[in-house]
Structures are given as structure tokens and as C-alpha cells.
Ligand binder design. Structure first.
Ligand code: NAD
Length: 496
């Protein structure tokens, strides 16, 4: 089978790497190459950043009013809507996510653009009630400049949309470096932006690897803001790179999110929420609810129900609408899951379901599949209770009291999301107040909206995406002072 050939998107045109280097991208379901992409070098990144810088200062983009930028974003949302199937198929192909999930995610994608389109002309400065009688002072919010968006492979379009839509709404220009494992859908998105009418150079995509293209982008002197989603280890490189130029930073990193189940909860609903939280997308979700804290009085019942549901999960071809779990996106990620499960067993965990690569009926599915896996961990300090798997692996532990549940929930260096399952309103609110986490879902899990901020505490990162503040995070505040008096400047050595 011949490989699909993708090109990068720079200055409004598709292009190859200047040295023509390419790499193959693998189909996670079959472990065979399906496409090739340009392997961008630092020189290619430099071209893309300079294109974005030129567009940022260029007349075409600068002369657009904020309202006009909003209209372009709205048009892009419409074009995404018209191309839902193409984008959903590409994303499912490249990261092995279920087509039923990518259709749903891409179907919602326009909302991010519509929401940010509406905000574009609501970015306002302030007139300050200044305490100097002869002075007037006001602030202006301005775009920052070239934004570097670094994207992981698990939800490429969604994670791009929540960066690109507010960055463009605020008037910045963007260079995206998608994951080397999932670049195709993002290239198509950039083409749609061009079709929507965004000037050339406003949105660019360079493809390639982290240590080369990613590193060249995050350390480029013309990049003014880095919006990064990925793992903590990579984030440390990015933070160091940003120090060179004091680029603004937002970091959306990993998690080890707790799901806390109390005896008064709707147990079946909690079980579904837990399955959704850790087995959907094969657990490759930053908000995966992978630490199951279950009250001792219902512990065995809940664990057994999760194990039973896990056993019934239809594992198969992600393109088949009946499939419930597809492959993991990369072999490396599968190896990490296997290694962490082996460590858990060595540390004394009990396997309640999974722990193996599944036998699949379809001989063509030779890719990176792993069973939905449930273990009971004896100690909160166990590796599996502390380390992110980014795979379909859940670790359960019982608790006796609400205080103990809270202590367990907060016993993590991460703090991205948490699920609380209870019908007790006061208890729910107490835990919403006390659990240290950027997102808390009560009696539900894995719900997102363009209007609701996303981001973490601790090692889950800093900065928030989505919501009104997201657009402001892509601006700088300028303060303007105007002397209203006709009196000449007096003593130059005294601060006024
Ligand atoms: P990763 O950190 O390996 O890669 C993320 C991106 O960074 C990729 O584009 C990669 O090419 C690039 N990169 C790698 N090295 C780089 C470097 N030295 N300089 C600049 N860029 C570099 O992450 P991944 O394996 O693609 O994704 C999994 C991780 O992402 C998990 O930890 C997961 O929790 C996290 N994640 C977080 C969120 C969130 O919103 N908080 C969402 C999805 C994924």
C-alpha cells in the first residue's frame, strides 16, 4: 500500500522540509506505516517563525479589526463543521482513537472557534481612576506576537483548537508543532484556516520531532508565547527553552486524577463514570481518572462491577462504530503501561482484570492493543497510585472516612482533575473546596466545554485554556500615561 504523503503548511502554502527529509507515521491499529511527513529541521522552523512574525506585523493582519478577526474564526468554525468527517477520519487513523469519539470531538470543535470569535472584540482596556490629579491613565490589551503551540498525540485537533482559537482571537500569529505521531488532522485544519480567509503566515504548521523541531521552536528568539500540552519531562525542557527569551508559557501536563466513590452514590452511574474516565480513549487522556478511591462498605461491589464491565468492553478496529476501545497510539506508550503494571504486581497489587495484550479476532489488528486493566493497590505510595500511565490502567484502594478520602485524593504531585460520586450536597461542596485539582466533576466525568477553563495544579502545569481568561492570556497589558496639565516637567530627579 502506498503511503499518504503530507506536507507542512507555512506562509499559506504547503511545503516540504528544506532538506527533503521525511519520516513515516504508523497506524496504531496495524503497526504499519500509513503516511509520511516532512521532518522539519531548525532551519524549517526558522522559516515558519519568520513567516508568522512577518504576518504579525504585516498590514493585512494588523489592519483587521477585532470584529473582523472574530468573523474569520466563525468562518473557520463553519468550515470545520463542513469537514467533520474528513477530520474525524484522519484523527482516528493517526492516533487510533475511536471514530465514534473523534466524530463527537470534531463535531464540537467549531464551538471553540465560535466562542473565541465572540470574545475577539470584547478584549478591552481600562481607564484607571488614577490618584494623580493631572494625569490620565489607561490600559490597552495587545496581542503578544508569535505563539508556539506544541501538541501531543492523544487529542490533536481539540488541543490545537483550545490554543489557536484564543491566540488568533487576540490577534497573535501561530506556529503549531503537532506530535510526530499525529500531524495530519492539524495540517488539514491549517488549510481550512487559509480557506476561511486568514492571511498567509498567520497560522503555520511544522511537522517533526520534539528534540529537533519542537526544541528549535520553543527556543526561537522570535517566539513570544509557548502553549504546551504534553508530559512533565518534556515540559521541563520547554520551561528551560522559554528562559532564553522570557517567552510567556502555559503548560497543560499530565495527571493521576482520583475518582472518589461514597456509599450514597448511584453506584452504576459511578461505575460508568469510572469506565469512561480511565478506559475511554484507551486511557490516553490527560484527565484519566486512574486512582479509584472507594468507600470500604461498597468497595468490593464497585471493584467487581468495574471488572465485569471491563471484561465486556469491545476491543477492536477504531474505525468500526461498534468498537469501545481501540489501540494505544504508540508502542512506547504500550511498553510504559506494561512496565507499570509489572511494577505494581511486584509491589503487591492484585490484578482484578486485564494486564495483557488482548487476543483479537481480526488478524489485521496487529497493533498496540492492551486490555482494560484494573488492579487493587495496597498502599497509596505504590508506583501505580503515583505515576501517570497514560493507558487503560486503573488502581483501586479503599477508604474509611471522608477525611481519609481527601488525604488520599491530595496525595499526588499532580492536580489536573477529580471525580466525586455522592448525593450528599454538603460533602460534595466540601470536597470541591478541599481537593487540590484544576477540574472537579461531581457525579459525572470527562465533560468539557469552550466556556470552562482547563488546567492543573502542581505538576499538572499552570495557565488555563478555554473560558474568557484564555483569550486574555494571549495578550499583554500596556499602560498609557497622559499629562493633562500644561505645567512643564519639573525636577527631573524626583519621581512624579
Ligand atoms: P510529549 O511530552 O512526549 O510530547 C508532547 C509534544 O512535545 C510533542 O509534539 C513532542 O514532539 C513535543 N516535544 C518533545 N520533546 C520536545 C522538546 N525537547 N522541546 C519541545 N517540544 C518537544 O507528550 P505525549 O507523549 O505526546 O503526550 C502524552 C502526555 O501529554 C501525557 O503526560 C499527558 O498527560 C499529557 N497531556 C496533557 C493534556 C492536558 O490538557 N493537561 C492533554 C493531553 C495530554
Amino acid at each position: 500500500m502506498s503511503l499518504q504523503r503530507f506536507q507542512m503548511f507555512i506562509r499559506g502554502e504547503v511545503c516540504d522540509a528544506t532538506n527533503d527529509a521525511r519520516y513515516d507515521s504508523m497506524d496504531p491499529a496495524t503497526a504499519s506505516a500509513w503516511a509520511t511527513f516532512p521532518d522539519a529541521s531548525a532551519a524549517d522552523v526558522d522559516i515558519a517563525v519568520k513567516a508568522a512574525e512577518q504576518a504579525f506585523y504585516g498590514k493585512e493582519w494588523r489592519s483587521l479589526t477585532a470584529t473582523a478577526r472574530g468573523k474569520l474564526l466563525r468562518k473557520l468554525g463553519d468550515l470545520i463543521s463542513e469537514n467533520t468527517e474528513l477530520l474525524a477520519q484522519l484523527e482516528s487513523q493517526e492516533n487510533g482513537k475511536l471514530i465514534r469519539e473523534t466524530r463527537g470531538q470534531v463535531g464540537y470543535l467549531p464551538e471553540f472557534f465560535y466562542y473565541m470569535a465572540g470574545l475577539a472584540d470584547k478584549v478591552e482596556g481600562e481607564t484607571l481612576p488614577i490618584d494623580k490629579p493631572d494625569m490620565m491613565a489607561y490600559t490597552i490589551r495587545e496581542p503578544i506576537g508569535v505563539v508556539a503551540a506544541i501538541i501531543p498525540w492523544n487529542s490533536p485537533l481539540y488541543l490545537t483548537a483550545i490554543k489557536v482559537a484564543p491566540a488568533l482571537a487576540a490577534g497573535n500569529t501561530v506556529v503549531i508543532k503537532p506530535s510526530e505521531h499525529a500531524s495530519a488532522s492539524i495540517i488539514e485544519l491549517a488549510k481550512l484556516a487559509q480557506q476561511a480567509g486568514f492571511p498567509a503566515g498567520v497560522l503555520n504548521v511544522v511537522t517533526g520531532f520534539g528534540p529537533t523541531a519542537g526544541s528549535a521552536l520553543t527556543s526561537h528568539p522570535l517566539v513570544r508565547h509557548i502553549a504546551f500540552t504534553g508530559g512533565s519531562a518534556t515540559a521541563r525542557h520547554v520551561v528551560r527553552a522559554s528562559a532564553e527569551n522570557f517567552a510567556h508559557l502555559s503548560l497543560e501536563l499530565g495527571g493521576k486524577s482520583p475518582q472518589i466513590v461514597f456509599p450514597d452514590a448511584d453506584i452504576d452511574s459511578a461505575v460508568n463514570g469510572i469506565v469512561a474516565g480511565v478506559f475511554a480513549a484507551s486511557g490516553q487522556s490527560c484527565v484519566a481518572g486512574s486512582r479509584l478511591l472507594i468507600h470500604e462498605s461498597i468497595y468490593e461491589e464497585v471493584v467487581q462491577k468495574i471488572a465485569d464491565r471491563a471484561a465486556r468492553i469491545q476491543i477492536g478496529n477504531p474505525k468500526d462504530a461498534a468498537t469501545e476501545m481501540g489501540p494505544m497510539t504508540t508502542e512506547a506508550q504500550l511498553n510504559i503501561a506494561e512496565k507499570l503494571v509489572a511494577t505494581a504486581l511486584e509491589e503487591g497489587a492484585t490484578l482484578r482484570h486485564g494486564g495483557q495484550r488482548p487476543e483479537l479476532g481480526d488478524a489485521s489488528l496487529t497493533g498496540w492493543y492492551y486490555q482494560p486493566t484494573l488492579l487493587e493497590c495496597p498502599k497509596p505510595s505504590d508506583t501505580l497510585m503515583q505515576e501517570e500511565v497514560f493507558g487503560p490502567v486503573a488502581a483501586a484502594i479503599p477508604f474509611k472516612t471522608e477525611e481519609e478520602a481527601l488525604a488520599l485524593a491530595n496525595d499526588s504531585r499532580f492536580g489536573l482533575a477529580a471525580g466525586i460520586w455522592t448525593r450528599d450536597l454538603a460533602r460534595a461542596h466540601r470536597l470541591c473546596r478541599d481537593v487540590r485539582s484544576g477540574i472537579i466533576w461531581v457525579n459525572t466525568y470527562r465533560v468539557v466545554s469552550a466556556m470552562a477553563p482547563i488546567g492543573g495544579f502542581g505538576e499538572s502545569g499552570y495557565g488555563r485554556e478555554c473560558g474568557i481568561d484564555a483569550v486574555l492570556s494571549y495578550t499583554e497589558k500596556k499602560t498609557v500615561w497622559i499629562n493633562l496639565s500644561d505645567t512643564p516637567m519639573a525636577d527631573p530627579f524626583v519621581m512624579r
